[in-house]
Design a protein around this ligand. Structure first.
Ligand code: PRP
Length: 213
């Protein structure tokens, strides 16, 4: 049974913890909204997979918090494995895809549910589903917390989506910028000056005069 239409997260709230204020423009999805939605996703997944041999494949590292909360909402026997895949490096744009950890468990004949934090261009999930399909699972579906549909290159839809979000630079709840912010318990929006700092002004005549003085 499909999950009900994902809510659109679009309004920034002002509830930013004091310690994060310098870097964040706002909170896009507060902790309570995440937990409510994940409970619904868990119920839909539990209905769809009842009685099946389920293998949850989690993509490292962004799924760390989402996976932990989702798994607690799946009250049936299942196996969990991890696939290491990275596309962003330390920048903000999608780069080359690198697999840096392979699966340990046998996929053949299992009902695979791939879990990722965010569906952006779709490059990662497309490559991952192709790779797993070659291992002959009984079925394969995808589950993402966030869907930035405006950024998609080609067509790719996830089977379970938590929230559709606009094209903002989001961090927290597992999502990083340069490996930071993953520990925030909510999804926040990074200030542009953090990920795209303005270059220092070139020394002009005034500063040249000053240093000459
Ligand atoms: C991010 C994110 C998704 C992927 C989505 O991973 O976790 O896996 O990018 O982008 P795409 O749809 O454009 O392919 P990242 O490479 O940043 O690794 P991380 O999970 O370790 O942060």
């Amino acid at each position: 049974m499909p999950l009900s239409k994902p809510p659109l997260a679009e309004k920034l709230t002002r509830r930013i913890p004091a310690s994060q204020r310098p870097d964040l423009a706002g909170v896009l999805i507060p902790e309570a909204d995440l937990q409510r939605r994940i409970a619904l996703m868990g119920r839909a997944i539990a209905r769809d997979y009842a009685g099946k041999d389920v293998l949850v494949v989690s993509l490292l590292s962004g799924t760390v918090l989402f996976l932990a909360d989702l798994l607690r909402r799946l009250p049936f026997p299942l196996r969990v494995d991890f696939l290491g895949v990275s596309s962003y490096g330390l920048g903000t744009e999608s780069g080359n895809l690198v697999f840096n950890k392979e699966l340990k468990l046998d996929v053949c004949g299992a009902h695979v549910l791939v879990v990722d934090d965010i569906l952006d261009t779709g490059k990662t999930l497309r490559a991952v589903t192709e790779k797993i399909t070659a291992l002959k699972p009984a079925s394969i579906r995808t589950c993402v917390l966030l869907d930035k549909k405006d950024r998609r290159v080609g067509s790719f839809e996830a089977d379970y989506v938590g929230f559709r979000i606009p094209n903002l630079f989001v961090v927290g709840y597992g999502l990083d910028f340069a490996e930071r912010y993953r520990n925030l318990p909510f999804v926040g929006v990074l200030k542009p000056e953090v990920y795209a700092p303005k270059p220092a002004p070139k020394p002009g005549p005034a500063s040249a005069r000053k240093s000459a003085a």
